[in-house]
Write a protein that binds this ligand. Structure first.
Ligand code: ADP
Ligand code: MG
Length: 870
């Protein structure tokens, strides 16, 4: 302590001030304003010079580094993107005053609280979240202050940390606050490490001391949480936001409760594995279900689509409402086109409004707002006489703002300057005073001439002149010969040899006006702009609500567009636990395949004879694809989307679980058998009769008999206890003897042997495969012939030695093979042959020639496929 004091006593008052500021924002890089620069010192200077490649200098051995204040934004954004927090310390006193300039931290910018467009992650949400533990409860609360969204959830029960982590995966927050001691710290740290690439963690010792006021300040009575701990958590988050952003945050005015019981629960593993909104490759959007379905035209719509996919619904009525709306826009494509066109004119309302709220909106934001507001009546026009309840409700909830749009139209210049302080943002004709000053500034010459003419007329002095010089300013010059004609109102100012110079009250006023005009213009423009901004503020809650409805409309139109472009059908919903899909396609793979056509497949799952499907088939046959397709289509239906299938009947599921055998799951970087077993344990614990389970080659990460035993026991447990609909792919042919007539069925993926070649038919059929065809795959992959020949010999030897049979527990491969020939001659598809049915159904007389061509083409494709199978 003494040491420190001594150090401070030795340093300059300014550095004392610096240290005081630094203490206030210890975990941030401090941008300390010095004249036209922001300076960083010591450790901060080292960080900044390294991260931003700036020169590190030194003042009396202290490392220093600086950036010009007008270029700071760019540097700040870079630091934020790299996960730093930046505290901005400004000079706030009068810089000309005696002594040390007063300084203060005016805001702290952090990855979870940036509002600057260029620092935000595209149009997607940028969340900050907070975790608070109170007894048996974990509370998660969070916000996206760039859009004004605010939410909380409460997690109880033994798997509370797990479920909370799943929620964090959906949020992909940029910043996480942990309040006080947390019993799940390690588990959480491990999760963040594995799954959330960039997340700054801030630890706060205590919850807010001002709970009730904070809550009341932001949320209406109906939104307010009731629990003590929930309130504490939310108030603590709000405190943090206020202390960081340090501006008005009244746009955080609506709090939603995350109610897991209303949604299809998808855990992190499944979300990742099915690549719903983030791909496995780099966490981006490319190659995700989101990217296939994203035909949205607004930023709000894009964010909402991600939400709908991450939180599919459970309630059949609600899903049906969305499907009705999608159907209406699928059929009525001229209406859809009209909506789409108008939505293109709607900017990111939510972020626009936030900038208005915090005072960072510029004139261009106002123009964007105007354009968006003008689009609203046309959007509503396009919704006229919609038939479905969902679209009618959207129409009702989209308000129009003619008055506000007109105000912006009258006030804001159509081509405004970028910076408010440079002016040129208010239109001529909006304000009389401003017009006067502008006229003054631009027409000063002609005004002077006009005044000169007037004075000539008034006095009758023909040689009268109005002039200007730097020392005396404006004057009226009269020849000495005319002095007697000068009116009394003229005040003499200067006498020259032949002339006298005067000033008049009018000219004096003109002078002060014209000299101050430019400055005045800026002042008035700024004042008027602020007034307009205040006016816009009044509309924020209402426009926020409109924005939400625009977003929903955008998603519905997007689903309809995807349905039409990719030939999707409307799923029929049922409540009897059945999932029947006819000619289903994998939405992603069918888009990626360029050379081959995707081969559609049927799925039949229920809680009776088709509860557990064991799927065997050679490597690369399409097992994983088929199972994921079933999960994806179920999820899509529950999100309200149409499906890539010929026909589908979906009974909503409460949870979807997918697990992939450890050795197959390379991407997650945790390919250990232990993790795999953890995951399986989790499923067996939490799956219900209404869940959908996808198990893909589990048990692979250990020795054959171990793995096989575990796989068998898991199936038995699901069959006897869990009773969930389950797809189970395995290369253990021995498991196919689990098939019974009550719950478990065998399926395999058809292959065709042609000499030594194997053709993958990609067609799922009843029965079981008996070979893994690994050697054929090895041949395809180009392994040297002597190696594959030798492998074939070894295989024959192994098969003859009948290892599995000697072990006694399992049915041997040869036996299975005899029972189930690889390809049964009459391969039944789940729904029987359809080509002739399809032809019979055609209504040839009402077809257009183009439709006829398309139909013929499709039938031909189908015929070819069916021929290929035989
Ligand atoms: P498995 O899990 O049986 O080893 P995958 O499901 O990984 O096989 O499929 C291997 C590849 O086969 C996929 O990457 C895909 O390109 C292709 N494929 C799978 N199913 C189909 C299908 N129904 N139609 C066309 N190609 C398919
Ligand atoms: Mg596979």
């Amino acid at each position: 302590m003494d040491e420190n004091n001594k150090k401070i006593a030795e340093i300059t008052p300014m550095m004392q001030q610096y240290y005081a500021m630094k203490e206030e924002a210890a975990d941030a890089v401090l941008f300390f304003r010095l004249g036209d620069f922001y300076e960083m010192f010591e450790e901060d200077a080292k960080i900044v010079s390294k991260e931003l490649e700036l020169t590190l200098t030194a003042r009396s051995k202290m490392p220093m580094c600086g950036v010009p204040y007008h270029a700071a934004e760019n540097y700040i954004n870079k630091l934020i993107n790299k996960g730093y927090k930046v505290a901005i310390c400004e000079q706030i006193g009068d810089p000309k005053a005696k002594g040390l300039t007063k300084r203060d931290i005016i805001k702290i910018i952090t990855p979870g609280t940036v509002m600057n467009e260029s620092a935000l992650p595209g149009v997607q949400n940028n969340y900050i979240a907070l975790i608070y533990e109170a007894g048996e409860e974990l509370i998660l609360t969070g916000a996206d202050i760039s859009t004004g969204e605010c939410f909380y959830g409460i997690y109880k029960g033994a798997d509370r940390c797990q479920i909370l982590c799943d929620e964090l995966y959906r949020l992909m927050m940029a910043e996480l606050i942990i309040v006080g001691a947390l019993s799940y710290k390690e588990q959480l740290a491990e999760f963040l490490d594995l799954h959330i690439a960039k997340c700054v963690i801030t630890e706060i010792a205590d919850a807010s001391a001002d709970v009730d006021n904070r809550i009341v300040e932001h949320f209406a009575a109906a939104d307010r949480p009731t629990g003590k701990a929930d309130k504490e958590a939310i108030a603590t988050l709000l405190d943090y936001l206020h202390n960081t952003v340090k501006t008005d945050l009244t746009h955080l005015n609506h709090l939603t409760y995350i109610d897991a019981s209303e949604n299809l629960v998808i855990d992190t593993y499944t979300l990742r594995n099915l690549e719903i909104t983030h791909n496995l490759h780099d966490g981006g959007k490319k190659g995700t279900l989101f990217s296939v379905l994203d035909f949205t035209n607004t930023a709000m719509g894009s964010r909402k689509l991600a939400k709908w996919l991450e939180y599919p619904l459970l309630d059949r009525y609600k899903i049906g409402q969305r499907l009705d709306a999608v159907e209406e826009l699928t059929v009525d494509f001229s209406r859809r086109d009209a909506i789409k066109e108008q939505l293109k004119d709607v900017y990111d309302f939510e972020r626009l409004l936030t900038r208005v709220e915090v005072g960072s909106a510029n004139a261009r934001d106002m123009l964007a707002l105007k354009k968006s507001l003008y689009a609203l009546p046309i959007v509503k026009n396009a919704l006229e006489n919609v038939k479905t309840g969902f679209l009618q409700a959207i129409d009702k909830n989209i308000a129009t703002y003619d008055e506000l749009a007109d105000l912006l139209e009258r006030a804001i210049d159509d081509n405004p300057g970028l910076l408010l302080r440079d002016g040129g943002i208010i239109k001529d004709g909006f304000d009389k005073e401003l017009d006067e000053y502008r006229t003054l500034a631009s027409d000063s010459q002609s005004l002077l001439q006009k005044m000169e003419e007037e004075q000539k007329q008034l006095t009758g002095i023909k040689s009268l002149k109005v002039g200007y010089n730097k020392v005396f300013g404006y004057f009226i010059e009269v020849r000495k010969t005319n002095i007697d004609q000068v009116p009394e109102t003229y005040i003499r100012k200067q006498t020259l040899v032949n002339t006298e110079r005067y000033i008049t009250q009018e000219l004096k006023e003109f002078e002060t006006k014209i000299l101050g005009a430019q400055e005045k213009i800026l002042q008035i423009e700024y004042r008027l702009f602020s007034e307009v901004r205040e006016e816009v503020k009044k509309y924020i809650p209402s426009v926020q609500k409109t924005a939400q409805n625009i977003a929903a409309l955008d998603v519905i139109a997007s689903f309809a567009e995807a349905a039409q472009q990719y030939n999707y059908v409307r799923p029929s919903l049922n409540g009897d636990g059945k999932i029947l899909i006819r000619d289903g396609r994998h939405p992603l793979i069918e888009r990626i395949l360029t050379r081959d056509l995707f081969v559609p497949n049927d799925t039949e799952l229920d809680n009776q004879q088709n509860e557990i499907l064991i799927i065997t088939g050679p490597n690369m046959a399409g097992k994983s694809t088929y199972m994921r397709q079933t999960a994806l289509l179920t999820l899509m239906a529950q999100a309200g989307s149409f499906l890539p299938a010929r026909e589908a009947f979906i009974s909503p599921v409460d949870r979807i679980f997918t697990r992939i055998g450890a050795s197959d799951d390379l991407a997650s970087g945790q390919s250990t058998f232990m993790v795999e077993m953890n995951e399986v344990a989790h499923i067996l614990k939490y799956a219900t009769k209404n869940s959908l389970i996808i198990l893909d080659e589990i048990g692979r990460g250990t020795s054959t008999f171990d793995g096989m035993s575990i796989a068998r026991a898991v199936i038995e447990h699901i069959r006897d206890k869990v009773k969930a609909k389950t797809l189970f792919a395995t290369h253990y042919h021995e498991l196919t003897d689990l098939a019974d007539d009550k719950h478990v069925k065998n399926y395999c993926i058809a292959v065709k042997e042609k000499g030594s070649k194997v053709l993958f038919l990609r067609r799922i059929i009843a029965g079981s495969a008996d070979k893994s065809y690994g050697i054929h795959v090895a041949k395809l992959a180009g392994l040297p012939k002597n190696v594959t020949d030798r492998a074939e010999k070894i295989l024959i030897d192994l098969e003859n030695s009948d290892l599995a049979g000697k072990n006694g527990k399992f049915v041997s491969k040869t036996e299975t093979a005899q029972e189930n020939p690889v390809i049964e001659p009459a391969m039944p598809t789940l729904f029987g042959s359809t080509l002739s049915e399809e032809i019979q159904k055609l209504d040839v007389l009402t077809m257009t020639p183009l439709e006829a061509m398309n139909t013929l083409y499709k039938l031909q494709q189908q015929a070819k496929k069916e021929a290929g199978r035989l």
